[in-house]
Design a protein around this ligand. Structure first.
Ligand code: GLN
Ligand code: ZN
Length: 758
């Protein structure tokens, strides 16, 4: 294997058996000492370096590891500690910032670009002064050296750090540039003392967004400076998830050593190849997918690599993962129950390392070893099997998609709502909830026992019906007007439907870090999607049979199902979404035929799927709206369609939301008073809206008075005929002791407001 021809942006850290999660949670519940956390952490780092070394990776990352989050690590490194944590000891500080303590609320967390990873948001203020703390980096460097591997140091770059930060007073974060940059300079200087020759990987994913000229203008200054601090430092500037052509043009004129570009999610990066070829930069070409779980098609990827190598010199080229492997699960090793044909199409982080090695050999070596020849053959076979397998390709689904003619429901909103109001007879300020009620330990236990065969189907159904009975009884008692069954049968709003759809796969151990110690196990869509049987009808119609009030049916929408799954890469996302939409469309029809008069199609993750680049937004919106409409196209005029979205900021997408044409939308504006609702009035939004009158994310029980005030403030924005009154999201994470008084108060508040406006 030739040296320095491959590159791994970063490796997952939670552990293939979630060791880090487990030890952190023990430590947080005071069941082990911190030295135990450190011991496990070191073991994991070493294991991960060993995996990479054994796969022929040349440079191992350090500081891609973190006990909680890399952004939080950077906050500590730069000494950007918010005031409320300043008095804490070193020991308390880190996890207090991440998770809060009795005196101070945790720092905010938000999504890392369009992934499902969440980072801690730096809180900056003009009064701040920053100072370097390089302890973690230096220690990890020494650990890796002692372990005997070649090392590069990963840090998050200053433009991204600032770009993702928030300033307390809402001002421009880049005004802090002149205070932050010197700390970075000091950091590089300190690193330069560690060894003769050191690669520092600086992640600047912010460069893949549409940047204003101000940020771009800082780019040259920053990297001219950081690249010339010491002659033994080589800077690899890495971007991912999109293209960064504007930035590339600037960066080739700075003294950085290498530039990392994503050629899978940012194919436009190919347009920059000419200028890179003319420069002296190395190109870290991201060609192995760090965001998806499919086995790489080595032949197709070789074609991509050749097209890159046609422009840039092979001497300049290194093959890389498209981004950190943080966003995919660890290893297929523990997938013991998975269908072997399907498993053969997959590749997790450890397997991706071998793909990278094989591609590197194919690109740079004269001959392959026998072992590599074998791997290549296996890869070809796996991809051929994917191209032809009947598990994937379902003619009936494809024909149906091609022949689809009904793209939306009958009637315009104005006509529909008249019929609905007459038939459904609900009052102004009608009360409802978003769907789920508390998931009690008993319900979870019943689902688990049913799944592993300890509980038989009849008893399981009895348990669930029991829960539904209680749930319906409570809603009637407290006077809610549109009821729900409570979703006791659902572990997760995507998994529940995925499990019943053909073309969906599930892993046993495919955990991906979401934040801190939390992991999710996204299902994956491997084939054409169809719905063999109704999925929710039995539960909803049972619940309806227990009450004279309206029972709202509850489904997850196609865009959310897609956005919370790993999606097949042999088809456009929009085409996959369309297949899911047709399955949901059948479910809507079955529900209404079973007597369900209102159906909520949740699109909790609609906004999450938005592309990073503005130019790509219209095409996303086009198919996302199209498929929501297809999903509800079977609804008759009198069947009322609701949707729910877990956001409050609709300013940028209000026209798109309007185009989805749901009769009712419930949203998450409880925390912003009526401020964020105003956009609905501003654009003369016609359909009905349930803005959320209290925040379900906190255990606090809202008082009647505060909800009266909240409802009154909503009425300042929208007329009573257009408003629904509900909590701002599902209640499954809350306890009954919290939910009951909260909803009783909510209903009471509505009574008071109705009396005053009558
Ligand atoms: N109907 C779902 C629930 O109530 C919606 C969940 C969500 O918005 N994330 O749990
Ligand atoms: Zn929600």
């Amino acid at each position: 294997m030739s040296k320095n021809k491959n590159y791994v942006v970063g490796f997952p850290r939670i552990g293939e058996q979630r060791e880090l999660k487990k030890v952190l949670e023990l430590f947080w519940s005071k069941k082990c000492a911190f030295c135990e956390v450190e011991r496990v952490a070191l073991e994991l780092k070493q294991r991960h370096w060993a995996y990479q070394r054994d796969a022929g990776v040349d440079l191992m990352s350090i500081n891609d590891f973190s006990l909680y989050d890399n952004m939080l690590d950077m906050i500590v490194t730069l000494g950007a500690i918010p005031k409320r944590f300043e008095t804490l000891t070193d020991e308390e500080l880190y996890f207090s910032m991440a998770r809060g303590n009795k005196d101070a609320t945790a720092m905010e967390m938000t999504k890392w670009f369009n992934t499902n990873y969440h980072y801690i948001v730096p809180e900056l203020s003009l009064e701040d002064s920053y100072s370097l703390n390089a302890t973690k980096i230096i220690n990890e460097y020494k650990e890796a050296k002692e372990f005997g591997v070649n090392v590069k140091i990963n840090i998050i770059g200053p433009l991204t750090f600032l770009g993702l930060a928030k300033r307390q007073d809402g001002g421009d974060v880049y005004e802090l540039y002149s205070k932050i940059l010197p700390v970075y300079e000091e950091l590089i200087e300190k690193i330069s003392l560690l060894d003769n020759d050191i690669v520092v990987q600086i992640d600047e994913p912010i460069l893949v967004k549409d940047l204003d000229t101000k940020v771009l203008s800082l780019l040259k200054r920053t990297y001219d400076k950081l690249s010339t601090i010491s002659s033994n430092i080589k800077i690899a500037l890495v971007t991912y998830f999109e293209h960064s052509n504007e930035a590339t043009k600037i960066l080739v004129n700075t003294p950085i050593w290498a530039l990392g570009l994503d050629f899978l999610y940012g194919v436009e990066n190919k347009e920059s190849l000419e200028i890179i070829a003319k420069s002296d930069k190395k190109l870290l070409a991201g060609v192995v997918d760090g965001r998806n779980i499919w086995k790489c098609d080595v032949e197709a990827t070789s074609t991509l690599i050749n097209s890159i190598a046609d422009v840039v010199n092979k001497e300049q080229l290194l093959l890389s993962t498209s981004c950190s492997l943080l966003h995919i699960p660890f290893t297929l090793k523990y997938e013991e129950k998975m269908d072997s044909e399907i498993k053969n199409w997959l590749s997790y982080a450890v397997e991706k390392l071998d793909e990278l090695a094989l591609l590197t050999a194919l690109t740079f070596e004269e001959d392959l070893s026998c072992e590599q020849e074998e791997l290549l053959k296996e890869n070809k076979q796996a991809n051929e099997s994917r191209n032809t397998s009947t598990l994937i390709h379902d003619k009936a689904v494809q024909t149906r998609v091609q022949e689809i003619t009904k793209l939306s429901r009958d009637g315009i909103y104005e006509e529909r709502i008249k019929i609905q109001k007459k038939q459904l007879g609900y009052k102004d300020l009608v009360t409802t909830t978003i769907g789920s009620f508390p998931q009690t330990p008993a319900v979870r236990a019943a689902r688990r026992s049913f799944k592993n065969g300890e509980l038989n189907k009849a008893d399981y159904i009895k348990e669930m019906k029991n829960y539904i009975d209680g749930c319906v009884a409570f809603q009637e008692e407290c006077g809610l007007e549109v009821l729900v069954h409570g979703e006791p049968e659902r572990n997760d709003m995507v998994e529940y439907f995925g499990e019943q759809l053909k073309g969906y796969g599930f892993s046993e151990n495919g955990w991906v870090q979401s934040y801190g110690s939390r992991c999710v196990k996204p299902p994956f869509i491997y084939g054409d999607i169809s719905r063999p049987d109704p999925m929710s009808v039995a539960w909803s119609s049972y619940a309806q049979s227990q009450t004279d009030k309206i029972m709202k049916g509850m489904l997850t929408g196609p865009v959310t199902i897609l956005n919370w799954s790993f999606v097949r890469d042999d088809m456009d996302r929009g085409d996959v979404s369309k297949q899911i939409a047709l399955a949901i469309c059948d479910e809507v029809d079955d529900l209404q035929n079973a007597g369900i008069k209102m159906i909520q199609v949740d699109e909790a993750a609609f906004k999450e799927g938005y592309p990073l680049r503005e130019s790509k937004i219209p095409s996303y919106e086009r198919w996302a709206v199209r498929d929501f409409k297809i999903a509800v196209s079977s609804a008759r005029m009198e069947t009322q369609i609701h949707t729910h979205m877990c956001y409050s900021e609709f300013n940028d997408i209000i026209r798109t939301i309007e185009a989805m044409d749901a009769d009712v939308i419930s949203i998450e504006t409880a925390r912003s008073g009526n401020e964020l609702l105003k956009i609905f009035a501003k654009v003369s939004y016609k359909q009905e809206v349930g803005p959320g009158v209290y925040d379900i994310h906190s255990p606090r029980i809202p008082t009647v008075e505060e909800m009266v005030t909240q409802i009154e403030s909503l009425l300042e924005v929208l007329p009573k005929e257009q408003l629904w009154i509900n909590p701002d999201c599902g209640l499954k994470t809350r306890k009954w002791e919290e939910v009951k008084p909260s909803l009783i108060n909510m209903v009471e508040a509505v009574k008071i407001v109705r009396a005053t406006i009558a």
